[in-house]
Write a protein that binds this ligand. Structure first.
Ligand SMILES: [Zn+2]
Length: 145
């Protein structure tokens, strides 16, 4: 199947059904919050494969993906806003179903500055980065220590 050609490149520890279910749920969430969805399944697989299936935060094996900025902050579902994560880092992002952004994690001292810079500089090279730049500028003016 051409549409899923990149599935062959997906690291073997990753479960494509689980990733597919995350991706579908995020589209539903984005629609519920009325935010832009501009990410194909292929683009989603590309970014997971670019990270070689490792967690963007801690480099352990990823099990799922997460948004750097949540739909509750009106952040779009674009490749620039998605990274693969391990279970522990996904919990950091979504404790008790209260989604938090990468900048929240940084401000709370849960993620180091170097990690934030590494993740954001990678994300800025992916489609949809305009949103990310605007969001970072906003935070820089408001609350980045
Ligand atoms: Zn992790």
């Amino acid at each position: 199947m051409v549409r899923n050609s990149r599935l062959n490149d997906l690291p073997s520890h990753l479960n494509n059904y689980r990733l597919g279910s995350w991706f579908r749920q995020q589209k539903v969430k984005a629609n519920r919050h009325g935010v832009l969805v501009d990410c194909t399944w292929e683009q989603f697989l590309d970014l997971i494969i670019d990270h070689q299936g490792h967690c963007a935060y801690c480099n352990r094996l990823a099990v799922t993906a997460c948004r750097l900025f949540p739909a509750t902050e009106m952040a779009p579902l674009v490749p620039a806003n998605i990274v693969p994560v391990c279970r522990a880092c996904s919990m950091l992002h979504n404790p008790a179903y209260q989604p938090r952004s990468i900048l929240d994690l940084y401000c709370d001292g849960q993620v180091e500055k170097a990690v934030v810079f590494r993740i954001l500089s990678g994300a800025l090279k992916r489609p949809g980065a305009d949103f990310l730049l605007r969001r970072i500028r906003l935070s820089a003016n408001r609350r980045m220590p």
